[in-house]
Design a binder for this molecule. Structure first.
Ligand code: IMP
Ligand code: MG
Length: 179
């Protein structure tokens, strides 16, 4: 385990089996819909790439980069679009794939934006759901794991752009960000 982690919350094996389970459920629901799977960069890349490889329905992949955080562990309360989708989503069924829902700010804003752009439906898939932190009235349609209020890294998730490549999800030591 990385020395900056307090402990491993979800191992590679736990991630592998749960991501597959959720992906197969979503796959069944969208069997005849030709949906667009939107990866929210950068935190979701690893989850997304594992997730979409379990789908055997016709899908389109697209990417968007937003940030609600600056470079720290506290939300700045502003959603910035850093990279927009390449394709048109009007009339399409959109599945947003996101690493973690915390206050709900990012996903509440994205869902509203996609509906405003004329999406036929917008579904939210999350890897992690930080329960007890919600400030916006939004919840994932599919979620892999509920977690407590701890700052986690790995499997795509970062702190100051670090730790994304850890193959597991670990709880970051408080001493790393409280100094
Ligand atoms: P929200 O907009 O408050 O729901 O925050 C969602 C975003 O905050 C996620 O996409 C992450 O980028 C980031 N975030 C929230 N909690 C964590 C965490 O524990 N580790 C890493 N990133 C986090
Ligand atoms: Mg993110």
């Amino acid at each position: 385990m990385h020395q900056d982690c307090e402990r491993i919350l979800f191992s590679e094996e736990q991630l592998r089996s749960r991501v597959k389970e959720v992906a197969m459920t979503v796959n069944a629901r969208y069997a005849d819909k030709n949906p667009i799977f939107v990866c929210i960069l950068k935190g979701s890349i690893i989850f997304y790439s594992d997730f979409v490889r379990h789908l055997d329905i016709p899908v389109k992949l697209d990417f968007m980069a937003v940030s609600s955080y600056g470079d720290g562990a506290v939300s700045s309360g502003k959603l910035r679009i850093r990279k927009d989708l390449d394709g048109d989503i009007s009339g399409r069924d959109v599945v947003i794939v996101e690493d973690i829902i915390d206050s709900g700010f990012t996903l509440a804003n994205l869902k509203a934006l996609f509906l405003e752009r004329g999406a036929n439906s917008v579904c939210i898939v999350t890897l992690l759901n930080k329960i007890g932190r919600r400030e916006y009235d939004i919840r994932p349609d599919y979620n892999c794991f509920d977690i407590e209020n701890e700052f986690v890294v790995g499997y795509g998730l970062d702190y100051n752009e670090r730790y994304r490549n850890l193959p597991y999800i670990g709880i970051l030591k408080r001493s790393v960000y409280e100094q």
